[in-house]
Design a protein around this ligand. Sequence first.
Ligand code: ZN
Ligand code: FE
Length: 257
Amino acid sequence: MIHPIPAFHDNYIWILINNNSAEAWVVDPGDAKPVLSYLTEHNLKLTGILLTHHHHDHTGGVLPLRQQYDCIVIGPAHLQKLVTHPVEDKDVIRVFDAQLEVIATPGHTLDHLCYFTNNWQGNKVLFSGDTLFRGGCGRLFEGTAEQMHSSLQKLAKLPHDTLIYCTHEYTLANYEFALALEPSNALLQKNNKKVTELRQKDQPSLPTKLQLEQDTNPFLRFEQDEIHANACAHLQQPLAKLSSEKFALIRKAKDIF
Ligand code: ZN
Ligand code: FE
């Protein structure tokens, strides 16, 4: 079971639970408090932490959690003060019975890692941190548009039925931008309506599925003529030729949207 623990304004800390052993892992615990309450309430022991990147809203809870639980911390190697098991691209780690592959996805930050497994209780699962969101992608704080472009292309090659667990509830804002670039996309309109209803009931819009992202996310659809033309019009820039330039235009248009 994978469950969202809401944190701060719009973060989710995903908790992975092994019911047989009453053990849990968390992904990107920016805040220890809601995690500790969840663990106590459900009688779980924290045995591991996965980190996608160094930002404080993803790592702030690590030290307080480790004061309470003797758990391991897997993440980018440069976070020596937090990480007990440094990993890099293509490493394979084990969480309970599942094997997770580490995928380096620089762009949002240079250290950003995603974690993929093709068998989490029968599902394909990706923890995408702040790289791939439902309807969007992370801002470029450290990397270049080119790096983010190739990182997202890596993720786009994963199986289409992969469930994507990202760290932020940004979906409605992302859909507003996506619809501005691709107003004719019926599936996008339908999902915007669906998520609006979910959010009114305070329910998460996540996880998403890779296939849905392929069909609605402008950061995977920048080659579509309508999207490209609208992004250029928005930025008052001429049409681009290269794929990575087209991607960069979408990122730029979102930054000023
Ligand atoms: Zn971040
Ligand atoms: Fe974040």
